[in-house]
Design a protein around this ligand. Structure first.
Ligand code: UTP
Length: 288
């Protein structure tokens, strides 16, 4: 089974970024010079995914436009011989990449958003990427997970160690270590209090899932916060199949929060080939 499909749930309200997200989708906020959603799409493409499925809502038109051709712009760049910019614009959607948009009419939760992509994924394994978790890894984090999936032929969930006082922010997994980076999951709980959390391994926004999870999500009653949780669907999947947690190699920025978003901008600007050196000396000159 190879990984051809990815679901990008981008239907959330993005309330933590108001007023910026009143008319602009959170996923279109740029980190340095690229919107968050493009980082996630590039990561999926690097893992071999070619069918990108965006679960959107009202006010998310900018995402569709971003992955569409822009003939006037391309024409203008071509005529003014701006070949480098033209290449950047064209690379947003390579020719062998398919983009499909499906609506989630009501924000009923991440599990529900994933279920909205079911008819497009069919009976295939698929990835889920939350674009507000910006992942930097080499190889890219989803490619690391696709390799684990190819080896194990079982669902793989990205995890990282989180501080005890943060367990309430994550899905937390418990299980048996298999080698250095894998955990054979026995339990997964959404946003537990620290004293009942099965471990400190928190789920980050990357998943490779087998299609059976759709049945399990559909069978779930509403979970934490009255939402249909993906975590509960994965807990259901555990009753039938193995699911592994994978400690990814790389860094994660929680760009759904202002702190994480600012950190990503600063750190990626410092690494930027054109901006890095000057930006570093600018930061050094600040009296903090
Ligand atoms: P968040 O919990 O970050 O919610 O969702 P949000 O609405 O985007 O942001 P805040 O908390 O109000 O600021 C995690 C991911 O799940 C998607 C979001 O778009 C985001 O990528 N999501 C969440 C949906 O697509 N549909 C939902 O019903 C809920």
């Amino acid at each position: 089974m190879t990984l051809r499909h990815a679901i990008f749930p981008v239907a959330g309200l993005g309330t933590r970024f108001l007023p910026a997200t009143k008319a602009l989708p959170k996923e279109m906020l740029p980190v340095v010079d690229k919107p968050l959603v493009q980082y996630a799409v590039e990561e999926a493409y690097a893992a071999g995914v070619r069918e990108m499925i965006f679960v959107t809502s009202r006010h998310k038109r900018a995402i569709e436009d971003h992955f569409d051709r822009t003939f006037e712009l391309e024409d203008a760049l071509e005529r003014s011989h701006k070949a480098e910019l033209l290449a950047i614009v064209r690379a947003v959607k390579p020719d062998d990449m398919e983009c499909v948009f499906v609506r989630q009419a009501q924000a009923l939760g991440l599990g529900h958003a994933v279920l909205c992509g079911r008819h497009l994924v069919g009976d295939n394994p698929f990835a889920v990427l939350l674009p507000d978790d910006l992942m930097i890894g080499s190889p890219p984090v989803l490619a690391q997970m696709a390799e684990q999936f190819a080896e194990r032929q079982a669902s793989i969930v990205a995890v990282q160690e989180v501080p005890a006082e943060h367990t309430r922010r994550y899905g937390i997994v418990g299980g048996r270590a298999v080698g250095e980076r894998l955990v054979d999951i026995e339990r997964i709980v959404e946003k537990p209090a620290p004293d009942v959390a099965p471990s400190r391994l928190g789920v980050a926004g990357r998943y490779v899932l087998t299609p059976r999870v759709f049945d399990e999500i559909a069978a779930q009653p509403r979970g934490v916060g009255g939402e249909i949780q993906l975590t509960d669907g994965i807990a259901g999947l555990l009753r039938h199949e193995k699911v592994f947690a994978y400690r990814y190699q790389g860094r994660r920025y929680d760009c759904g929060s202002k702190e994480g978003f600012l950190q990503a901008n600063v750190e990626l600007a410092l690494e930027h080939p054109e901006l890095g050196a000057e930006f570093r000396s600018y930061l050094r000159g600040l009296t903090l």
